[in-house]
Design a protein around this ligand. Structure first.
Ligand SMILES: Nc1nc2c(ncn2[C@@H]2O[C@H](COP(=O)(O)OP(=O)(O)O)[C@@H](O)[C@H]2O)c(=O)[nH]1
Ligand SMILES: [Mg+2]
Length: 283
């Protein structure tokens, strides 16, 4: 991971007093969002005084940002007597299908049984993509017809997972329908179907966000949270971008915790969110 915007900030102010307006602009640039940036700058000013040195500001900001990140994710355990259903949502191209496949692989490495449902029937390629990942990771994929009803795919997947006593069912969804209203209606229907037998299902609704899109990612999370509720986020494309500020903004502005991170296109470029490691690498 590239990262290190705090280091870049410290570098910028080395040998001269910290310019607070300039600092504020740089923090916004790092995708921390207005709320976090304002809080942070005010806190730093109060803590380090007006003649703060670059090093002091970096140290103090690092400490404060770490405290603003979500806590680490407790392991997702199988649920006795039923499967744990994880619904994955988000706009097109953020990395939903890839992340589902990576999550399936991670759970399988931990000895869990997993099935995936190809709920993005909007694009033929999306179904093929999930089936291909299923082949590579040895995971059963339940699929329907291209342009078919994703809720029907979810219904079939629930039945199949129940029959096989699968511990986890991961549900892919479309990121774009003709209108936002259509997309949200479709997600509502998928949720209804998933909750028919077990009202607590889906047990997780994770939004996939592309870390390189900054304030757009925050806005997407806001809209999906309003429309279908969220239990967490998967932050992708942290490789190359080094832009992890979104994780802080998500937690502080929306109360949405990052649960997993994607750091590349390979199956293993995926991990549970670890705040300490994240702060070390990104800030
Ligand atoms: N560099 C990088 N690319 C990723 C990551 N996650 C997904 N991608 C790529 O982003 C593109 C879109 O991913 P896809 O899973 O199809 O997105 P979806 O439309 O949300 O399902 C693909 O080319 C993926 O390989 C990541 O963490 N890092
Ligand atoms: Mg997809």
């Amino acid at each position: 991971m590239a990262g290190g915007f705090l280091r870049a900030i410290a570098e910028r102010f080395r040998g001269r007093p910290v310019d607070w307006d300039e600092l504020e602009a740089m923090l916004l640039q790092a995708d921390l969002g207005v709320k976090v940036t304002t809080e942070l700058v005010e806190g730093l000013r109060a803590e380090t005084g007006f003649s703060a040195t670059a090093g002091e500001v970096e140290r103090e900001a690092r400490k404060r940002l770490l405290a603003m990140l979500p806590p680490p994710l407790p392991p997702l355990l199988p649920m006795p007597g039923t499967m744990r259903v994880i619904l994955v949502v988000g706009v097109n191209g953020t990395g939903k299908t890839t992340s589902i496949a990576k999550l399936a692989a991670l759970l399988k490495r931990e000895g869990r049984s997993v099935m995936m449902a190809a709920g993005d029937t909007f694009r033929a390629a999306a179904i093929e993509q999930l089936v291909a990942w299923g082949g590579r990771t040895g995971t059963t994929v339940i699929r329907g017809a291209y342009q078919g009803d994703p809720a029907a795919v979810c219904h079939d997947a629930l039945e199949a997972a129940a029959r096989e006593k699968t511990e986890f069912l991961l549900v892919d969804t479309a990121g774009r329908l003709h209108t936002k209203h259509n997309l949200m209606q479709e997600l509502a229907k998928i949720k209804r179907v998933l909750g028919k037998k077990d009202p607590s299902s889906p047990h997780e609704i994770l939004i996939v966000l592309d870390a390189t899109t900054g304030s757009n990612a925050l806005e997407q999370a806001r809209q999906f949270k309003e429309a279908c509720g969220l239990t967490g986020a998967i932050l992708t494309k942290l490789d190359g971008s080094g832009r992890g500020g979104t994780a802080v903004a998500l937690q502080q502005e929306l109360g949405v915790a990052v649960r997993f991170v994607g750091t590349g296109e390979k199956e293993t470029d995926f991990a549970r969110f670890d705040p300490k490691k994240f702060a070390d690498e990104m800030f």
